[in-house]
Write a protein that binds this ligand. Structure first.
Ligand SMILES: [Zn+2]
Length: 171
């Protein structure tokens, strides 16, 4: 009987919000919480002190170029270069038509255009932010990123989105 009760619940076991979808009820968790639970499980398998980077609470996708082993911060190496690139690619992918570059006024940048733009910017972004992040933890917001992008001189407009990037280490 206890088992059956656990199999179909009306509220999320992680956040307590009511569940409407039958699949969520069967899982006992909403889709957002289920994804976070998967992230937590993946994190619990990392060695202590491993870097964890999130965007609005979800794991940031590591776009690999310099550092196949992972993203890092606090110095100027390959892990920090990949973190800088991954943050900028993620942020610009959220900007939609709000992102305009001086070189192509009026044009909406696609994925390739954003990658080309990021390739011009990420090393400077690394030195200005990622290389300076404290070892234990850090936080960077959309308005800070947008302000930095504007001062590069390459950007005509970019929205200051309500996005938060955070880094910390596993216990
Ligand atoms: Zn939930």
């Amino acid at each position: 009987m206890v088992h059956e009760a656990a199999m179909a619940t009306s509220s999320c076991s992680r956040c307590g919000r009511p569940l409407k979808d039958p699949r969520s009820r069967a899982m006992g968790m909403g889709p957002v919480c289920a994804a976070r639970a998967r992230d937590d499980k993946a994190m619990s398998m990392l060695p202590p002190g491993s870097p964890v980077v999130t965007v609005n609470g979800r794991h940031l996708h590591h776009v690999v170029r310099h550092s196949p082993t992972g993203m890092e911060w606090g110095y100027g190496g390959s892990g920090p270069a990949d973190l800088a690139r991954s943050i900028l690619l993620d942020y610009l992918s959220r900007c939609g038509s709000g992102l305009r570059v001086r070189a192509m006024p009026g044009a909406r940048l696609g994925k390739r255009g954003r990658e080309r733009l990021v390739d011009q910017l990420y090393q400077a972004f690394k030195w200005d932010f990622v290389a300076r992040f404290p070892y234990e933890s850090w936080r960077l917001t959309g308005p800070e990123i947008a302000a930095w992008l504007m001062q590069t001189g390459l950007i005509e407009s970019v929205p200051a989105l309500p996005v938060t990037y955070e880094g910390r280490r596993t216990a």
